[in-house]
Design a protein around this ligand. Structure first.
Ligand SMILES: Cc1cc2nc3c(=O)[nH]c(=O)nc-3n(C[C@H](O)[C@H](O)[C@H](O)COP(=O)(O)O)c2cc1C
Length: 481
């Protein structure tokens, strides 16, 4: 059964030792983010954990970060799956979306605060790159709606807290949240918007899926859950919000109202740009009686933001290649967790069927996704293992023959330093496709036969050598030896 509430997932994570509570009072202007930063900068994926700050200065609400995206393990746990089942779970959800259901009694509306009482200052909103960000930011689900079709959109758009009642949101033109708001502004109307904090895990993970405009991510969240997501009517704006969330901030953005947004530490590893962005006025804050606040750890990669975007969008690309683009011989897809969904490195495992197949599949991924680098390898390479991947590149890839460079690529986000000149002028970006599949029979692997290697494992133990876990790359190689 999927978790119905974020707090149920947090409890499960704590039971498996993957959530750490910090009882000491922390200052949200720097301490939570710096601790999270150390965790991502210093600990390997398998040792990381979510952080639960019980006592945040200035607020009576606890703050949680990195629980969903500390690591592959916590992400998988959020989906009640094993780490190697994540892609399969995504493919199933995308093939079987489930429409949400609307409920009348919503836990996220146990307390409703409107008017002057709806103050953002009550919430433990952190500064994510202390000393460099302009101030506290919301990093969570944003709900918007297309005025014409009525279809809602979920996305994460970093949001600056301007004061108790106003926010400036990084809605880039062309992004789906912006298209939704524009559909109201074009009619001279304020656009409804809501920030949803700590909904059930599937809603959070579906939010960062790069789906086409007009596909409501909530249906995919339902597919991940295997049941409809419960939605409630927001109290002051015309939107449906996840009923089981901890906190919802309702607001509207009037046409033409902007405020400064940024600088903000960004996923590319540098401070994101400053710009004039749409300004939202809070109309209500609704929450559970004893709410928990959640914010994604962003900034220098790896971070929670890179982990959730990579793992989510790898599943999307796998589904697209196999089911929409007619490439059933694509066996697996991985996006490097150290960079994130956009501009990242995508690795595809393929059983090539004809000469040039690897290049063709690589080009497809480059053309229809935002990723900057695509590497295609054979299906018997562990695409999550950098050692195995590097072997394929060194051994099977002929740079002069197996590389495709795609130029004049437009990146909608102004965050890739490689697309700026020394004079700070924006230039088009590029993409790289590498086909590192085997093009000709290179003969047998230079390892003893499988049967001998298996017997040698007994010998290893017999002579008292230290125990080890067999890496997947070794299994794959020995199986072919
Ligand atoms: C912590 C975090 C912050 C993000 N901030 C932004 C942002 O400010 N602007 C943006 O366009 N995308 C941002 N993203 C990426 C989008 O949320 C993601 O690409 C999502 O799929 C966008 O939804 P859309 O395709 O419906 O527009 C962020 C993601 C995370 C996890």
């Amino acid at each position: 059964m999927a978790y119905q509430r974020m707090r149920d997932f947090l409890a499960a994570l704590e039971r498996r030792g993957k959530l750490r509570r910090i009882a000491r009072r922390v200052d949200p202007s720097w301490e939570p983010a710096c601790l999270a930063k150390w965790m991502f900068q210093a600990l390997p994926d398998e040792e990381r954990f979510g952080l639960f700050f019980e006592n945040v200065a200035g607020s009576d609400i606890p703050l949680v970060t990195a629980a969903l995206g500390a690591s592959t393990e916590t992400y998988a746990a959020a989906l009640q799956a094993a780490p190697d089942e994540i892609n399969a779970k995504w493919v199933r959800a995308l093939l079987n979306p489930v429409a949400p259901r609307v409920v009348e009694d919503a836990p996220c509306q146990e307390v409703i605060v409107q008017g002057d009482g709806a103050r953002l200052g009550r919430l433990p909103i952190p500064v994510w790159t202390p000393g460099k960000d302009i101030g506290p930011y919301l990093t969570t689900i944003v709900v918007t709606r297309d005025a014409r079709s009525g279809v809602q959109n979920l996305g994460v758009y970093r949001t600056r807290v301007l004061d108790d009642r106003r926010l400036a949101i990084n809605l880039n033109p062309g992004r789906h949240g912006h298209l939704c708001c524009r559909s109201y502004w074009e009619q001279g109307k304020p656009a409804p918007i809501a920030w949803v904090i700590a909904a059930e895990p599937e809603v959070h993970l579906a939010t960062v899926a790069n789906l086409p405009y007009g596909s409501d991510e909530i249906r995919v969240a339902g597919g991940l859950k295997g049941e409809p997501v419960a939605l409630a009517r927001a109290k002051t704006v015309d939107l449906l919000v996840p009923a089981n969330a901890e906190i919802v901030i309702e607001a509207e953005i009037r046409p033409g109202e902007h405020e400064q947004e940024g600088p903000f530490g960004e996923f590319a590893g540098f401070m994101g740009p400053i710009g004039q962005r749409p300004m939202a006025r809070v109309t209500a804050i609704t929450h559970r009686k004893d709410p928990i606040f959640y914010g994604y750890t962003s900034q220098m990669p790896p971070s929670e933001s890179t982990v959730i975007q990579s793992l989510t969008n790898a599943g999307l690309i796998l589904k697209m290649l196999r089911y929409d683009l007619g490439e059933p011989n694509v066996r697996d897809v991985y996006i490097d967790l150290t960079f994130g969904g956009l501009l990242a490195h995508c690795v595809v495992a393929l059983a090539p069927q004809y000469p040039g197949h690897g290049k063709r599949v690589g080009r497809m991924v480059a053309d229809v996704t935002p990723v900057k680098r695509v590497t295609v390898v054979d299906a018997d390479v562990d695409i999550r293992d950098p050692v195995h991947l590097d072997w394929a590149l060194s051994s099977l890839f002929n740079p002069a023959r197996d590389t495709v460079v795609i130029d004049d690529v437009f990146y909608p986000l102004n965050m890739d330093p490689s697309t700026r000149t020394a004079e700070d002028r924006a230039v088009p970006g590029g993409k790289l496709v590498i086909d590192a599949t085997q093009k000709a029979d290179a003969g047998p692997f230079s390892l003893p036969p499988r049967e001998m290697m298996t017997r040698a494992l007994d010998l290893w133990r017999e002579v008292g050598l230290p125990e080890f876990r067999i890496p997947k790359r070794a299994r794959l190689r020995i199986d072919r030896s």
